[in-house]
Write a protein that binds this ligand. Structure first.
Ligand code: DHB
Ligand code: FE
Length: 286
């Protein structure tokens, strides 16, 4: 069941909310303050060099250059830089960052994480409305270290609702709807009771939507459940879980689907879906 009249967020509303969130949590330069000038020089020069090369190779015109300028200005005006970067750039960063791992690698974080969601313990029911639409999903699993030792850790979960909308980025939803912090004890076990999210469409009325329409692309991400899983002395894994058979698993606009990230829930006689998905965390080196 889908709520037909769920208010859709405008690109500028969800984009500016994502930009504000980013500024609060991550948007500083402190983490790179010791970067040598040589590295900045190399990265900046090679990015610009790639742009120059494309202009020559495709004989880019002044009207196209001006359209690019107008578009870049509009991305900022709509607050869509987090959306643009997380959809079309973040997956490459994630691949570089997690390539060395032997346990779970994960995938992109996307723009809609909010820290400090309500603490729910190891047997968690996600915060949701009394009449939350959607199929009930019960997900069980264990957090272990690479050597199989169960870990007392933390599993943060956030996902869209049955209309593909995220709390705090779409109007009318309770603040922590479908966002929670699950914890595990020494046995590493958790259970999360929630609903299956629906596919998510990135907003089409802003600059990112304009690019998608002009290029003849589509705006869909397959249905997904976001997570961050952590335990002391282990690497944080950020990722998303997907569902087999989703029409957009093969052409996710954000290029973030991986075969090892599939949840395959089975329908139970009571109409709910159950699934097991475990996490294996790499110990921090050194
Ligand atoms: C976007 C939204 C998501 O839920 C996600 O996982 C990645 C990107 C976006 O709107 O840009
Ligand atoms: Fe998402």
């Amino acid at each position: 069941m889908t709520t037909v009249d769920a208010p859709q967020p405008s690109a500028a509303a969800s984009g500016n909310a994502a930009s504000d969130r980013f500024a609060l949590d991550k948007g500083g330069f402190d983490d790179v303050k010791d970067t040598p000038k040589e590295r900045v020089d190399t990265l900046a020069r090679e990015v610009l060099g790639a742009v120059h090369e494309i202009i020559h190779r495709h004989q880019v015109t002044y009207p196209e250059y001006n359209a690019l300028k107008a578009w870049l200005i509009k991305v900022g005006h709509d607050g869509e830089w987090p959306l643009f970067l997380d959809v079309w750039v973040e997956h490459a960063l994630e691949e570089v960052t997690t390539a060395h791992r032997k346990g779970n690698k994960g995938t992109i974080e996307g723009p809609y994480y909010v820290p400090n969601a309500p603490e729910l313990g190891p047997d968690a029911t996600m915060p949701m409305r009394d009449d939350e639409p959607g199929d009930k999903l019960v997900w069980e699993g264990t957090i272990t270290s690479l050597d199989g030792t169960p870990l007392a850790g933390k599993l943060e979960v956030w996902h869209a609702d049955d209309d593909g909308l995220y709390s705090q980025y779409a109007p009318g939803l309770p603040v922590w709807n479908l966002r929670g912090t699950v914890s595990t004890a020494e046995d590493g076990k958790f259970r999360v009771t929630t609903i299956k999210p629906k596919p998510y469409m990135i907003p089409t009325d802003g600059a990112c939507g304009q690019l998608i329409a002009a290029a003849g692309w589509h705006a869909w991400r397959p249905a997904h459940v976001h997570f961050k899983v952590s335990a002391p002395g282990h690497e944080l894994v950020t990722g998303q879980l997907y569902f087999p058979g989703d029409p957009h698993n093969a052409d996710d606009v954000a290029s973030a689907v991986k075969p090892e990230l599939m949840l395959d829930p089975k329908l139970q006689p009571d109409g709910s879906y159950t699934v097991t998905y475990n996490f294996v965390l790499d110990p921090v080196e050194g």
